[in-house]
Every structure is written in structure tokens, then in C-alpha cells.
Write a protein that binds this ligand. Structure first.
Ligand code: STR
Length: 507
């Protein structure tokens, strides 16, 4: 208990000290972004109390405080960016200066103190790891073709399962997630899960547990000393991390046991090979590290990111196509006239399926998977626009505000894939540069190409065969989303109909 009191006094002291430090800095000159009212210790907590999720609250505060404003999360100075000009400056023009990541209690726990890719700070080690991941993602090398084949295999299995779930209310998320998981599983481990594999269920549970508890504007990340008090969500996070670690460790041991120097067929083998190379050849190690912890955390990251993001976008796709059945019908007509029923869709069809392509773009605009991206940290004193930004500031990019900016988008709250099509609907075009669904710059999403392939293929396969309807008596799915490290749709049920055109094909 005395330890707790000491920790409390120390943290309070430190909070007041750093707050005063910040004010002093402010007085030294330079124009700082307008700030929300803030007080020692609690920072701007009082102004942040709201029923709105953070991305909507920041969007609302933008009206009072301007496109770029600041606040204090406890003793931490945070800058919120709400316009595409400033976002581009942070992510692209000054990408390296703003490439840092905060050190948070929950993300440090999840990534063993930032030994992963997404939450690791900017360093030569991190750059080296990111390169390794890129080489794994382009693995199927000449590659994309084989990857396409693998996605199509999973799409076949997903559709076969759905054929057994017709005409009654079902939750489609598990099947969609299984297809997405198996693709990422092939990339990471060169293996896939059979349906009903208990390990798959375990994986889904731990992953959802992490999404529910990590980096969720949680009080523990704002007031780190709270972690020493009993806390349900921290307990859940720790339990999920333990389950994940056991599962991943097992995969690693299997790979190590079967490793041979020419096995380069998945991410784990690529990482093992890089590790052995650096151990055998000390000169190439230089300043970069690749410990077992790094290896495990990189895979955990890619796996978690690959599963949660793509399945979330597909979830939103179903939500919107249930809300807009007419659009669903038009997408089906487009598939029918360009592909027909004699064969299944492939990647090269994307250049003809404009409406589907535009619909995917619009889903990524209206419900960005990561509405606040992952916060960036200023690695040195610098500026955004005419404002001074002190070293160490956290910079939150409000992607939601950028995708819903009235100056950039006509009726931004309306779901309208047509905005991504030219007049005749014959070409895809980009109506605004205020569109960054995968972020940009040094920390941009590494999985963009893979994600786009999966979303396009799984959707085109699905709508060639099925129509998704609202089960009688069920409400339309909620359009608000559940804020967290990804913006997930709330659970909903669908009634699947096998299309008669598909049933009668070849007759
Ligand atoms: C999901 C749950 C899990 O098991 C592991 C991770 C780690 C990587 C995270 C992922 C999470 C959620 C989505 C993230 C991804 C890194 C990049 C991605 C945050 C928490 C986005 O930026 C959307």
C-alpha cells in the first residue's frame, strides 16, 4: 500500500512538474495551437467528458477550436489534426519527424514494450523489421497471382458454408473472419484453420478481447498509475495476451523444428532466416536487433492487423448493402454482365467492376477502420502549418474529420459510391485528396494491397452467388460503430438468399 501511495505522490508531482514545464515552453514563444481548457493533473478531462466517441467529439470541437487544436491527456500534450492539409504535412512532408509512437500501458503490454511494427517507436530496428514484413507480404512473389489463388480458395470455402446457411437469420462474421484469417495464416505460418478448429475460436476470442481493451482512449493510458489498482479491462487484456502468446509460441516452435535454410515460404521463416543471418554475420547486425520477442511481436501484429481490419471493412460492406438493397442489386448486375456465371471473379475483373470498386472506396471513406489512426509523436521541436509543435507532443490525426470534411466532400455524411465514379459511371476517380484510408508516409499501412485484394475478391464472390437481406422482423444494422482501436460495426444478422441466376446457371 505504501508503494501505491509513493507511486501516487510521484506521479502527481511529475504531472504538475511536466505541466509547468509545458507552460514555460509555451511562454518562450512560437504560436501554439488553440488549447482546450486544461488543469494540472487531470488535463483536459472535463472538456473531454462526452457521450460521443472521440473521433466525433474531436470533429465537434473543431467548430470551436479550429482545424488544429491541442489538449492535455493528464500530463501529456496532445495535438489533434482535423484537416487534410495538416495531415499531409504530418504524414508525408514531415513524416520522419512525426514518425514516433507513444508509450502506453496497454500497447506496451501487448507489444512487449514496442517490439512490434504498429506501436514501436521509430528506429533503425523498426525500419529493418518493416522491410522484412514487406518482403513477406510480397512473398507469393511473382507472387500476387498465388496470393490471389489462395484468397479465391478461401472465398470458395466461405461461399460453400454460406450455401448451408440460407433463408434464416445468421451472423456472417465468423465465416468472413475465417476466410480472412486463413489468408493471413498462410502468409504468416503457411497453414490454415479448418472449420471448428478450437484454436481458431481461441484466436478469435483473444483478438476481440485485445480490440476491446487496447489503446481505447482508456484512463490507464492517460493515468498510468491506475494500472496498479484492480482493473477489469486490464485483467482481460493480460489474459488475452497470455492466450495469444501460447498460441504464437507453439507456431514458432513448430517452425524452428522444421526450419531449413531454404525455407522462405512464410513470414515466420523469413524472420527466422533474418535472425540466423544476423547471428552468423555479426557485421550485418549493426545497430538493429531481432530478438525472439521481436519476432513474436511482429507476427502477432501482422496477424492481428490482418484479421481485425479486413473483417471489419467486410462487416461494414454488409451493413451498407443491407441499408441500400438497390445498390446491392446494381453491383450484382455489374458482376452478371462482366463475369456471368460460367466462371468466378478474379483480380483482373476489378478494372471492369467500377461500381463495386467505388462502393469499397466509399465504405473506407465513410467508416474508416482506424478513425484516429495510431497517434504519432513529434521526435523533435517542429511545426504544423504556422503552429509550433514541441518535441514529445502526441499528434492525433482525425481521419474521420478528414473523410467527413464538408469543404472537401459533398454531403459527407451521405453514403454515395457515385462520388467515386465519373458521370457515365465508366471510370473510377478520386473526387478529393482528403482521403487517406490507409494512412500515408513512413507509417502507412503495410497491408494495403493485400486488404484491397481480399475485400474485392470476397465481395465479388459473395454477390455473384448470394443476396443479403434483413431477416423479417429484424432491425436495420446500426450505422454508428463501436469505437476502439478499430471502428467495428455492432453485431447484426443477415438472411442469405441463393440467387436464382446462380442456381439456374448452366441449365
Ligand atoms: C487487433 C487485435 C490483435 O490481436 C492484435 C492487434 C495488433 C495490431 C493492431 C490490431 C490489433 C488492430 C488494428 C491495428 C493493428 C495495427 C494497425 C491497425 C491498430 C490491436 C490499424 O491501424 C487499424
Amino acid at each position: 500500500m505504501s508503494l501505491l501511495v509513493a507511486a501516487l505522490i510521484l506521479t502527481v508531482g511529475f504531472a504538475i512538474f511536466s505541466f509547468t514545464g509545458f507552460i514555460q515552453r509555451k511562454l518562450k514563444g512560437g504560436r501554439l495551437p488553440k488549447s482546450l481548457p486544461s488543469f494540472p493533473l487531470i488535463g483536459s478531462l472535463l472538456s473531454l467528458k462526452s457521450d460521443l466517441p472521440p473521433h466525433l467529439l474531436f470533429h465537434k470541437l473543431q467548430k470551436t477550436y479550429g482545424n488544429l487544436f491541442s489538449l492535455m491527456m493528464g500530463s501529456q500534450y496532445v495535438v489533434v489534426v482535423n484537416s487534410q492539409q495538416h495531415a499531409r504535412e504530418v504524414l508525408l512532408k514531415k513524416g520522419k519527424i512525426f514518425a514516433g509512437r507513444p508509450s502506453w500501458v496497454t500497447t506496451d503490454l501487448m507489444s512487449r514494450d514496442g517490439k512490434d511494427i504498429a506501436f514501436a517507436n521509430y528506429s533503425p530496428t523498426w525500419k529493418f523489421h518493416r522491410k522484412l514484413v514487406y518482403s513477406a507480404l510480397s512473398l507469393f512473389g511473382d507472387g500476387i497471382a498465388t496470393l490471389e489463388e489462395k484468397i479465391c480458395q478461401e472465398a470458395t470455402m466461405m461461399c460453400c458454408t454460406f450455401e448451408h446457411l440460407l433463408d434464416s437469420p445468421v451472423d456472417i462474421k465468423p465465416e468472413v473472419t475465417q476466410a480472412v484469417t486463413n489468408v493471413i495464416c498462410l502468409l504468416c505460418f503457411n497453414s490454415r484453420y479448418e472449420k471448428d478448429d478450437p484454436e481458431f475460436q481461441n484466436m478469435l476470442d483473444y483478438s476481440q478481447g485485445i480490440v476491446d481493451t487496447v489503446a481505447k482512449d482508456s484512463l490507464i493510458d492517460t493515468f498510468p498509475w491506475l494500472q496498479y489498482f484492480p482493473n477489469e479491462s486490464l485483467r482481460t487484456l493480460k489474459r488475452c495476451i497470455t492466450v495469444r502468446d501460447i498460441l504464437l509460441q507453439k507456431k514458432f516452435e513448430e517452425h524452428k523444428a522444421n526450419y531449413s535454410s531454404d525455407s522462405r515460404n512464410d513470414l515466420v521463416n523469413i524472420l527466422l532466416k533474418a535472425k540466423m543471418n544476423s547471428e552468423n554475420n555479426n557485421s550485418s547486425v549493426g545497430e538493429v536487433e531481432l530478438s525472439d520477442d521481436h519476432l513474436l511481436m511482429i507476427v502477432a501484429d501482422i496477424f492481428g492487423a490482418g484479421v481485425e481490419t479486413t473483417s471489419t471493412v467486410l462487416g461494414w460492406a454488409f451493413v451498407y448493402l443491407l441499408h441500400y438493397p438497390e445498390l446491392q442489386r446494381k453491383i450484382q448486375e455489374e458482376i452478371d454482365s462482366n463475369i456471368g456465371f460460367e466462371r468466378t471473379p478474379k483480380m483482373s475483373d476489378r478494372s471492369n467492376l467500377h461500381l463495386l470498386h467505388a462502393t469499397i472506396s466509399e465504405i473506407l471513406r465513410i467508416q474508416p477502420v482506424s478513425p484516429l489512426l495510431i497517434p504519432h509523436v513529434a521526435l523533435e521541436d517542429c511545426s504544423i502549418g504556422e503552429y509550433t509543435i514541441p518535441k514529445g507532443a502526441h499528434v492525433v490525426i482525425n481521419l474521420w474529420a478528414i473523410h467527413h470534411d464538408e469543404k472537401e466532400w459533398k454531403n459527407p455524411d451521405v453514403f454515395d459510391p457515385g462520388r467515386f465514379l465519373d458521370d457515365g459511371g465508366k471510370h473510377i476517380y478520386s473526387p478529393s485528396i482528403s482521403y487517406l484510408p490507409f494512412g500515408a508516409g513512413v507509417r502507412a499501412c503495410v497491408g494495403e494491397v493485400l486488404a484491397k485484394m481480399q475485400i474485392f475478391l470476397l465481395m465479388s464472390w459473395f454477390f455473384q452467388r448470394f443476396t443479403a437481406e434483413i431477416p423479417p422482423g429484424h432491425p436495420l444494422p446500426d450505422l454508428r460503430g463501436k469505437f476502439g482501436v478499430v471502428l467495428q460495426p455492432a453485431k447484426f444478422k443477415v438472411q442469405l438468399k441463393l440467387r436464382k441466376e446462380w442456381k439456374n446457371r448452366g441449365l
